[in-house]
Each structure stands twice: as C-alpha cells, then as structure tokens.
Design a protein around this ligand. Structure first.
Ligand code: UD1
Ligand code: CA
Length: 464
C-alpha cells in the first residue's frame, strides 16, 4: 500500500555562486544587517508555519551547510554540485519533494518576502490546483524573467533570451512557485537547456505543464517590494534599506524612541523592550536584548549584548557577547566583550576595557582600566589606570578581588592573584602576591626626596 503523502514542503534554491557579487562568499551568505541573506527567507518560511524545508546548496555548499546546521538545524540540506540552472536544482530535489503533495520553490536571494505572503500564497494554491507562481510589475524589469501572456497560455522568457518586443513586457516572474508534485514530476525531465545561458530553467516547466493540458495560475501581486532579487551589491544595499526600515518601524510602534531612524541600525534578531531611547548613530546587532527604560548613547555598537532594565550607555561604547545588569551605567569610550557580566548598579566609565570578567553589584571601574579574566566583588572601587596583567605570555590567569575593596590608582594586578575583601592596594603598586582580607597591599619603591636638587643641577652645568 502506498503511504499517504504529506501535504506541503518548501524548497529554497541557494546553490548559485552569485557571479554578480564578485565575492568569495556565496551569495546566500552575503551579510544583510549582519545576518546572511538566507536567514531572511528561512525565517519567513518558518514563521509562516511550514516545517518541511530543504535548501539546495552548491557553490561553497560546505559553508552554507555549516551555517544552516547552527541556525536552522531542522532544515534539510540537498546538494547541487554543478549549477546547471534552477530547473536542474528542482530536479535534484525530486526524491525529497515526491514525498509531498505540493512543493513551494523559491529563491534564496529574495530576502524581503514575508511570512504572510508565503501563507496566503500556499492557501490560494492548495484550494486551486496544478501550478501557481507569483508575478508583479516593475518600471524597470531588467534582469527578471518576463511573463508573456498569449491567449490562455502564459510563459516566462529570461532577460538574455527575450526578443526586443518581449523585453518591453513589465510583468516579471518573482521566482516563487508552488507545484503539485505529480504534475511537476511529469514535466521536470522535459526541461531543455537550449538557451543563451545553456541552463535548465525552472520557469520552462510552466509552458510544459500547459502543453500537457495542465493549468498554470499566474498570481499577480500588487506590492513588488517583497520580491526584490539580490544579485549585485547595489540590490543588496537596496534590500537592506527596506528591511532596516521594517525593523525600525516594528520597534518604534512598540514604544522604542528612536531619535534618528536614518542613522539607527537594528538587526533582525535583536529584541528591544518598551521605552528604550536610542540616540543617533547606534548599531544593535545579533541577538542583542535591550531592557525597558534603557538609553543607548550615540556611536554605540551592541552585538549579542544583553542589557537589563534602566541601563545607561553613555555613548561610544562597544559591547559584544556580554551582559549588563539593571541600573548600570557604561561609557563613554568603553569596550566590554567575551562573556563579561556586569551585575546591577555597576558603573563603568571612560576608557575602560572589560573582558571575560564578572563585576558584582555596586562596583565601580570609573577610568582607564583593563579588567580581563577577573572577578570583582560587591561595592569594590577600581582606581584609575588599574590593569589586570592576565597574560603571562603563555596562558590567561585570573584575578579575584573581594567585596568592598579599594584598588589604588595604577595598580598592576599580576595574575593569578587574589585580593581579599575589605582590602586596599596602594596607588602604583605591582601586586604579585595575594593580599589578605582587610589588609593594605603596598608594592612600590619608597619615595626619596633629594633636597636642593635644582640648585645643585644648575651649578654642575656651570650655569649663571
Ligand atoms: C530567476 C528566474 C527569473 C526570475 C528571477 C526572480 C530562472 C531561470 N529565472 O532569475 O525568471 O524573474 O529569478 O528573482 O529561474 N540557483 C540554484 N542552482 C542553479 C541556479 C540557481 O540553486 O543552478 C539558485 C540561486 O542560488 C538563486 C536562485 O536559484 O538563489 C535564482 O537564481 P539566479 O541565478 O539568481 O536567477 P535569476 O537570474 O535571478
Ligand atoms: Ca536572482
């Protein structure tokens, strides 16, 4: 007995090189708002509720596959070693899509497609039948396949193969189709590569289906902005600009106060709570989270940064893969990175770098310090110019500083070293040994004053 086919699957074509990008990076991994191009259609598909998804990879496929296994582990990877065209790519996926009643096929290089459009298109098709594809009109249709309607038939002719007359046609193919798999299977082997590019074109399936008596439904959409294909760096920037506007609108409509949308960049994965204030020239990338009431000062870049409520970022700050607790203030000119964790009510000021360290609540690192691989206790004050000497040339060592300490200005803490709670280090000390709880650690040369030095110097030189 034949098992019943599942209703619907989605195939994303992403094997092409993207010749017009002039890049070693495959087109679908080109960065748009700091995420690969392919992230966008895949997140739209997943959001629209479809779970049976495959991606056809080819050019630099190992890199694409590695990225997919990290970010979309449930997506199936199929291989097209030689890129002989979109029709060839669809053919190579036949074993997979044969398990389903219908297959949606769309290009990996149209990042602006939305989950609503995918869902509505699928619903229309399922109630309709054989094959449907989306088309739209463009002022300048250059580069796209033209939709030529003749009587009751519709066919697609590619830019390079189009006659002068056909080139004038402004209705173009979106590259997004849904096929009944039985119908697609009956024509897929008949696609030829007799065209300028010597490629097997998937759009040729449409005419073949009609010639065999099947129906093709060309669904014309009103808003073409979702189907912008990214083929060159200019279109990449164009698509990024549209996506950026959408993301900003989304956050502003949920309460984020963005002082200058024109200079604010927020990636698609970032999450911002209500009443966040963003000053001009800010970038928020990756999985960053900004808690309610926080303010992000100008010239700040956040990447995978987690900010709790009411955090003040004064400006010119970089935070990468780190957490800042509530009511803390950071900046200006601060770099916090590599799993640093600042608890609540911490103050980090001017020209400070903090790496892979924890700073407990109420602690302060106000000026000119490097804190690397360290633990800083509650309410401890780190004097200006303090440095944790964490690297001995071979490995990184930890510095542990207890609660309520006063680390004098310009202290060098040569790690591994422990400074107990309630202790003090004298300014300018090079601390190489542990300082016990409650003690004062002094590690500097004693001062000697040489009286009359100015006059003696003048006499030696024979001055007058
Ligand atoms: C394609 C359509 C065109 C449509 C346009 C919409 C064809 C022949 N033409 O043109 O009608 O107007 O999209 O954006 O399909 N790919 C593979 N394997 C291949 C070739 C391509 O996986 O062998 C992938 C690419 O990675 C890309 C997608 O298919 O994501 C489309 O290929 P591309 O070369 O960009 O086609 P267009 O010239 O844009
Ligand atoms: Ca394209």
């Amino acid at each position: 007995m034949r098992h019943k086919k599942k209703p619907f699957c989605v195939l994303v074509l992403a094997a092409g090189k993207g010749t017009r990008m002039y890049s070693k990076t495959p087109k679908v991994l080109q960065s748009m708002l700091e995420e690969p191009l392919l992230y966008y259609p895949l997140s739209a598909i997943t959001k629209s509720g479809f779970n049976d998804i495959a991606v056809m990879v080819g050019f630099s496929g190992e890199t694409v596959e590695a990225w997919l296994s990290q970010v979309f582990p449930d997506v199936k990877v199929l291989w097209q070693k030689e890129q002989l065209g979109t029709g060839h790519a669809a053919k190579l996926a036949q074993n997979w899509w044969s398990e389903y009643e219908n297959v949606m096929i769309l290009p990996g290089d149209t990042p602006l497609i939305t989950s609503d459009t995918i869902r509505i298109f699928a619903e229309k098709h399922i109630s309709g039948g054989g094959c449907s594809f989306l088309s739209f009109e463009l002022e300048n249709p250059y580069g796209y396949g033209r939709v030529i309607r003749e009587g009751t038939t519709v066919r697609i002719v590619e830019q390079n193969d189009a006659s002068d007359e056909e080139k004038k046609c402004r209705e173009v193919n979106s590259g997004m189709y849904i096929f009944n798999t039985g119908i697609l299977a009956s024509v897929i082997d008949k696609i030829q590569c007799e065209n300028i590019q010597k490629e097997y074109y998937l759009p040729d399936a449409l005419l073949l289906i009609q010639n065999a008596g099947g129906s093709v439904d060309a669904v014309k959409v009103e808003d073409p902005s979702e189907f912008l294909g990214v083929n060159d760096p200019r279109q990449l920037a164009e698509a990024a600009a549209v996506m950026r506007g959408r993301i900003l609108d989304r956050w502003m409509l949920s309460g984020v106060k963005c002082m200058d949308p024109l200079s604010t960049w927020i990636g698609p994965k970032a999450v911002l709570a209500e009443d966040v204030i963003i000053e001009p020239s800010v970038q928020i990338w990756g999985t960053s989270y900004i808690g309610a009431g926080s303010r992000i000062g100008s010239f700040t870049t956040l990447r995978d940064a987690e900010l709790e409520e009411n955090v003040t970022i004064v400006g010119s700050v970089r935070i990468k893969g780190s957490k800042i607790g509530r009511d803390s203030s950071v900046g200006p000119f601060v770099f916090i990175r590599d799993k640093a964790v600042l608890a609540d009510d911490v103050h980090v000021g001017r020209f400070v770098e903090i790496k892979n360290s924890t700073v407990s609540s109420g602690a302060k690192v106000p000026h000119l310090s490097y804190i690397g691989d360290a633990e800083i206790g509650r309410k401890t004050n780190i004097g200006a110019g303090t440095i944790t000497c964490n690297y001995d040339g071979e490995k990184k060592n930890r510095t542990i500083i207890g609660d309520n300490c006063f680390i004098g200005s310009d202290t060098m803490l040569v790690a591994p070293v422990v400074v107990g709670s309630n202790s003090t280090t004298a300014a300018g000390s090079v601390i190489t040994e542990d300082v016990p709880e409650g003690a004062l650690g002094v590690a500097r040369a004693r001062q000697k004053n040489i009286e009359g030095w100015y006059l003696r110097k003048k006499n030696i030189r024979g001055g007058n």
